[in-house]
Design a protein around this ligand. Structure first.
Ligand code: SAM
Length: 293
């Protein structure tokens, strides 16, 4: 079984990027009345305590969401929406609870929408089921203890012909990179007009750098528009080299979107510089945004 537990990383800089993009994308898609299907292939536990054992072991949220919430300046609208979403789960200025992707999506859900959550880790799946049960959402939200890469097939294309899929694996297993690409290829064949959001870590591993290139090639072949945002908070090599024995941590991550809403690129162009400035850990911090199709 996997050893990755998102509780150790909840609210870190990668979550800030991923969840800001997720909220901005979903907010735009919800402007249309027609029902929307939301698919979370790798859902995690749904809610995380930032003052609990897991989070305080790594304290990654201190260099992530906590910096955004403590920002002294006015935030770009997409980053402000993210901060507001996190605050909605908390009382007071600091965040003690961090909402994962299932709960960030659930908060925006309308009656006509559906949310499918896949989680394989038994502990996280149990926690997710418990958290979702509190909502008394009935059939609107389904938790599936299934392999997210496989499970999504049965939901595409959705009857409403509108779907947003978030694919956020832990990439603990090297084959996850290839499985993401294969899942996207299959999903585009089944449902070419779906909106797909893929998160990946930017680490010193060839598969990680190869993934956005593979996705670009796939999407270009399918003739679909794409948007690629990356956020770096520190130099990866410097952090893991030499005599520094501290756990290096994730230096950067990216979000690759297929069929993004047209509003997302300008929203991120405003938010990313601020995100990079707020979350910078050294002089290598920065961001990129490119698009095509
Ligand atoms: N999407 C969540 C969020 O933003 O709050 C975080 C998800 S975490 C990065 C990845 C999760 O995927 C972990 O909880 C892990 O147990 C789960 N997982 C790993 N492989 C899986 C698979 N093949 N299918 C479903 N879940 C899987």
């Amino acid at each position: 079984m996997f050893s990755y537990r998102h509780a150790f990383h909840a609210g870190n800089h990668a979550d800030v990027l991923k969840h800001t993009v997720l909220i901005a994308t979903l907010t735009h898609l919800l402007l249309k009345e027609a029902p929307l299907l939301l698919l979370d292939t790798h859902a995690g536990a749904g809610l995380y305590r930032l003052d609990g054992d897991h989070a305080s072991t790594s304290a990654e949220s201190a260099d992530g969401v906590a910096r955004v919430l403590a920002a002294g300046t006015a935030l770009a609208p997409a980053l402000q929406d993210y901060a507001d979403a996190v605050r909605a789960f908390n009382r007071g200025a600091a965040a003690r609870v961090y909402p994962g992707s299932p709960f960030l999506m659930q908060r925006l859900l309308r009656q006509q929408d559906r949310l499918k959550l896949c989680e394989l880790h038994p502990t996280d799946a149990r926690a997710l089921e418990g958290n979702v049960a509190q909502l008394e959402a009935g059939r609107q939200i389904a938790v599936l203890r299934e392999d997210g890469f496989e499970a999504v097939r049965k939901f595409l294309p959705p009857p409403s012909r509108r779907a947003l899929l978030l694919c956020d694996p832990s990439y603990e297993i090297k084959t996850d990179y290839a499985r993401v690409a294969a899942m996207v290829q299959d999903a585009l064949r089944r449902f070419p007009t779906g909106v797909y959001a893929i998160w990946y870590p930017l680490i010193a591993r060839p598969e990680a750098h190869e993934l956005p290139r593979r996705l670009k090639t796939l999407v270009q072949k399918a003739g679909k528009p794409w948007l690629h945002a990356a956020l770096t908070v520190k130099g990866g090599r410097a952090a893991s080299a030499g005599t520094d024995t501290r756990r290096p941590g994730l230096p950067a991550s990216g979000m690759f979107l297929i069929n993004p809403p047209y509003t997302l690129e300008p929203a991120l162009r405003a938010a990313l510089p601020q995100m990079a400035a707020l979350l910078a850990q050294d002089k290598h911090a920065g961001w990129t945004l490119d698009s095509g199709g």
